[in-house]
Design a protein around this ligand. Structure first.
Ligand code: NIG
Ligand code: FE
Length: 418
């Protein structure tokens, strides 16, 4: 090593999340591997040395250090990975708040042509530039709050043209914004109004027109389906996901969010990389996921916002599942971009420890979008995606809720928030 670009030193506590090159399941989620009085050396966007400051400085004694950054005794963690968002969409849905307060349920709002279908109308009407501007504003917020890698789903177009429009916006943002985006095609997010009562015809279009075109254009890595009562049945979800798998997409599924349909079981059967929500998942479904290494992506801001019981994460951990957490940022069930809000809800609603929450929002979240080899932990050879928080211990972040604790964010070694 002749030159390093940046040395971060005087780190009070460094939460490295180092460990085996796979998702952390069950009791492993508690192991965050802390180094006190630490330093991190970065060259060409990657971590090249990490450990006790004295040891790192010793290793660098014949090396030119271009810039030093004093962490002043604060904590450093990997950048948050948000593995489930509906980032690109038009409009917002604050008008649903009064319906919710009157007790109208999420699925009833959808059945009446509102909910997702209301955002479909706004997204279809919006130009690509308008969608870009709105999504960029959200990404800026996510970055300031500590997220450095984010998954983004389509699913508010529900026609080939409009799905491609959403996916192109995500591609452009990935090229221009410091946050790295990973795209998921979710054409099967709702039955569009024009196919009401004929879900079969829409499923055919998803399978025969949309999936091959999205694949041919290289616009998404994953395919996701909303498997839910009144949306897509288990059988329809199986057909769509199987077709996607044949084309080479990784598989995700919104499973058992509201009704226990058997989505978690299907996730196991199809070896999905992850199943999301799982509020109503049965033990049998969770066991099927554990047997097939499916990551459970839990979304505590969604259950909080819907006013329903949270996911049974303690049970999932008991069953030795790997759990990831995400904002589920979307205009309906989870209108928040904040990973720190999710940390608080992970502790207070899901009864997870701050260490389990951190694992779920870094290394496990990275594996949930197939980025576990590049990001999610602070280890030699990984991208220098890092957050310095203005606190001296991890628990302070979820404990002191509703404010932003980020001091500095680095993406691939560059300071992008300070
Ligand atoms: O993950 N449940 C389905 N999809 C989103 C909500 C989308 C919306 O309401 O606009 C979710 O919760
Ligand atoms: Fe979602």
């Amino acid at each position: 090593m002749k030159t390093i670009d940046r040395l971060i030193y005087e780190i009070g506590k460094l939460y490295t999340l180092r460990g085996p090159a796979r998702p952390r399941s069950g009791s492993e989620m508690q192991e965050v591997s802390v180094i006190e009085n630490a330093a991190i050396a970065i060259a060409q966007g990657q971590i090249v040395a990490v450990g006790k400051e004295e040891e790192v400085r010793q290793q660098l004694k014949d090396t030119t250090i271009v810039e030093e950054l004093n962490a002043k005794g604060r904590i450093v963690t990997p950048g948050f990975v948000d593995p489930h968002t509906h980032l690109v969409h038009g409009g917002s849905r604050e008008h649903e708040l009064s319906l919710k307060l009157q007790g109208v349920s999420y699925l009833d709002i959808l059945a009446q042509g509102g909910g997702i279908l209301s955002t479909v109308r706004s997204t279809r009407q919006a130009t690509e530039e308008e969608l870009y501007r709105q999504a960029k504003k959200s990404l800026d917020r996510m970055l300031i709050l500590g997220a450095t890698t984010v998954e983004a789903k389509s699913g508010y177009g529900l026609t080939l043209t409009n799905e491609l429009k959403q996916l192109r916006v995500a591609k452009m943002l990935n090229e221009r914004h410091p946050i790295e985006l990973v795209s998921t095609f979710m054409g099967a997010h709702a039955i569009p109004e024009e196919y009401k009562g004929d879900s079969e015809a829409f499923v055919q279009i998803v399978i025969e027109e949309m999936l091959p075109e999205v694949k041919a254009r290289g616009l998404a890595e994953f395919c996701d389906v909303f498997c839910e009562k009144g949306v897509f049945t288990v059988e329809e979800s199986r057909r769509i996901l199987t077709a996607a798998q044949k084309l080479g997409f990784g598989l995700k599924i919104h499973a058992d969010e509201i009704e226990s349909l058997g989505g978690a079981e299907l996730a196991g059967e199809l070896n999905c990389i992850s199943a999301e929500h799982l509020l109503a998942a049965s033990d049998k479904g969770l066991q099927a996921m554990a047997d097939h290494g499916v990551i459970a992506v839990c979304l505590p801001a969604t259950s909080f916002n819907l006013g329903v019981s949270p996911a049974r994460v303690r049970r999932m951990i008991e069953l030795n599942l790997a759990v990831a957490l995400s904002t589920d940022y979307n205009p309906g069930s989870s209108p928040t971009e904040s990973p720190q809000m999710v940390m608080t809800l992970g502790c207070l609603q899901l009864k997870m420890t701050p260490e389990e929450v951190l694992t779920a929002m870094t290394i496990n979240a990275a594996y949930a979008i197939n980025r576990g080899k590049q990001v999610g932990s602070i280890e030699i050879g990984k991208q220098a995606d890092l957050v310095i928080f203005d606190t001296t211990n991890l628990a302070y972040i979820p404990y002191h809720f509703g404010i932003n604790h980020v001091d500095t964010v680095l993406k691939k070694g560059d300071i992008v928030v300070q």
